[in-house]
Every structure is written in structure tokens, then in C-alpha cells.
Ligand binder design. Sequence first.
Ligand code: SAM
Length: 239
Amino acid sequence: MGIGTLYGIGVGPGDPELLTVKAQRILRQCPVVAFPAGMGGKAGVAEQIIASWLNPAQSHLPLKFPYVQAADELTIAWATAAEAVWHHLAQGQDVAFATEGDVSFYSTFSYLARSLQQQHPEAIVQAIPGVCSPLAAAAMAGLPLTLRQQRLMVLPALYTVGELETALQVADVVVLMKVSSVYAQVWQILQAQQLLERSYVVEWATLPQQVIHRDLQAHPTLELPYFSLLVVQVRDAVL
Ligand SMILES: C[S@@+](CC[C@H](N)C(=O)[O-])C[C@H]1O[C@@H](n2cnc3c(N)ncnc32)[C@H](O)[C@@H]1O
């Protein structure tokens, strides 16, 4: 009996119909389906997205990834999760790990896969790409994200004022991930650069609770969920 494969599956930004055909096939054929555990007794986002695609015979493996910055706490969590996955792989069972959005774009899967391969170099890992949130947000806003020669920059989070100002100078389109905790500071910078009219925020892209805030001039503060991002169309494309 060989070892199983760990599949990292990007399950898209929220709408379950945005799973790829390949993602659905692999999700349904793996005997074990893993996902980041939800908090407060609620199912996590990836778990909710895939719920309708699973069959009752599959076993579920919720994995705990704490929302902390402390490196040692995170390393322990990834190593523990990797061991839980390995337990199944070593018995020849394939494991599908569902991750929100795309699998290689700021995804927990990358840390899980790295820990697994450090602890068990013989582990087999395969990634299945998915629709990532900036692409989904632009589609929901009904706008192209980039055109022609436009340069796109994505900033992950906790950007400094200087970093954001530099991005606005060098890129034509800037996407701010994880904007919820720094929105008010970002608004001040966009106001100083007269870019509020050219910016929009998408909360929960593609889900029923989706909200789009266009033209941010009237919104110096917003109570945003973690699943929100901001797009700045800094300069138009030359058509
Ligand atoms: C850890 S990153 C995960 C990114 C994900 N792997 C992807 O491909 O989009 C989490 C951040 O992605 C953004 N995000 C993910 N899904 C979103 C959605 N449905 N709507 C708006 N923003 C989303 C938010 O900025 C959130 O803070």
C-alpha cells in the first residue's frame, strides 16, 4: 500500500459554483476532507463553501490555525496539523484540504504543505488552483481589474503609510488585502492623494452578504469584516 496524496484545493471566494470542475472531482473522491476549523462553534468559510459538494461517506478533518502573529505558536499549529494529515496519508488515504480563494495566494495551505514536507519528505502534495478574491471582487464590481499596460500591485496587510504611498506611485492598480483593521488610515492616505473616488471596497465577494462600497469619499470609517478588500484604480489605462 502506497501513501496518500495531500491535495490543496482552492475553493474560490465564496460562491460554491466558483469551484473548478477539477476541484469538485478531487473533493468528492478523497476519503478525507480537511479544512481550517471554524471559530466559536461555527463552520469556517472554506468548510461552508464545500458543504454542498461533499458526500456522507467522507470523513472530516478540521485543523486549527490560530489567528496570531507569534511565530512559535504558528509553527506548533502547522506541525500539529501536518501530523494529523500525515496520519491519514500514511494509511494510504488521500486528503483534500479546502482553502478559501486560491491555494497559493496568501493561503494557509502553503504553511501546512511546507510543514508536512519538512516532517515527512516522502509526502506527496498537489495544488489545485482556485479563483482568488481580487479577481472575484473586480468581477462583482463589474469592472476590469487591469487593462493593457496597467501594472497591478497587491499588498497583503499591515502596510505602512510609506509602503502604501510608494505603491500608489509605482502601480496603476493597487489591491489591499486584509484592509479591515487599517481602513481608516488607508482612507486618510487616499484622501490626501485624491483617490477616494477611484477606490472601492468589496465585502464578502460572491456571497449573499456581499456589500460593495463605491467612491469612498463618504466613508472615512467602515466596519468591515475580515473578508473584505480594497481596490484603487490609481491611473486609467491608455486605450
Ligand atoms: C488570508 S487571505 C486569503 C486569500 C485567498 N487565498 C484568496 O485567494 O483570495 C484573506 C484575505 O483575502 C481577502 N478575501 C478573501 N476572500 C474574500 C472575499 N470573498 N471577499 C473579499 N475579500 C476576500 C480579504 O482581504 C481577506 O482579509
